[in-house]
Design a protein around this ligand. Structure first.
Ligand SMILES: [Zn+2]
Length: 217
């Protein structure tokens, strides 16, 4: 048995406050967020940089309204694979543009959400891309008639983790108050004092230059 003790950093109350504002308005400026949360602008900017670096914030994208986009036909298709590896099959399906979501479920099944222009295209998509694979059968194929709720994950305190990597050794940053260096808009994180020191020894001159340049502006 192997023990895996990767302790991940959890977002704290400050991160959560910032995320709440961003979930409402992803285009809010650092200043607007600072005003709403009673934090300073540099705190907001460095926390967002940290959450982005840690992969907690994946990207900022517009959410298109389903009503105003003619999306054709969307279906939830459940498959079973007799011979092929379920994991491989799921990964193959995930690569297709028509496939919006792929879930692996209990009982070695896969459920995917696919969108095509019409029912006929959906049928031929399934015939061409799914049923041709050996041992794969469609166990259910349901066309979505209306979407009642479809939202990105909401903020559940305690369920979020940040996977912050040390900028020197690449190891996990496990403290909620990691060792850091800031240079202009960039923030660097370290797992320990030694990594921070080594990083400064290698890059200190370059970082100081960036900071001096920005201060001169
Ligand atoms: Zn390190």
């Amino acid at each position: 048995m192997r023990w895996c003790l990767a302790l991940l950093v959890k977002p704290d109350a400050i991160d959560t406050k910032i995320l709440e504002v961003l979930m409402e308005d992803g285009r809010a400026s650092f200043r607007q967020i600072a005003q709403k949360t009673s934090l300073t602008t540099p705190t907001v900017s460095s926390r967002i940089a940290r959450m982005t670096k840690a992969g907690l914030i994946k990207k900022f994208i517009p959410i298109l309204s389903g009503d105003s986009v003619n999306r054709g036909v969307t279906a939830l298709v459940t498959l079973k694979s007799g011979s092929a590896s379920v994991q491989r099959l799921a990964e193959d399906l995930a690569k297709m543009r028509e496939v919006e979501a792929v879930y692996m479920t209990t009982g070695q099944s896969i459920t995917m959400k696919v969108t095509l222009s019409d029912v006929q295209s959906l049928q031929s998509f399934l015939t061409e891309n799914v049923l041709k694979k050996r041992g794969v059968e469609v166990t259910s194929n349901q066309i979505i008639t209306s979407t009642v709720k479809e939202e990105p994950p909401s903020l559940l305190p305690g369920t979020m983790v940040m996977n912050l990597k040390c900028d020197y050794c690449g190891g996990d940053v496990t403290s909620s108050r990691p060792y850091t260096i800031s240079a202009g808009p960039s923030h660097y994180y370290f797992c320990c004092k030694t990594c921070r020191k080594e990083y400064l020894a290698e890059h200190g001159k370059r970082l100081a230059k960036i900071t001096r340049k920005l201060q001169a502006l």
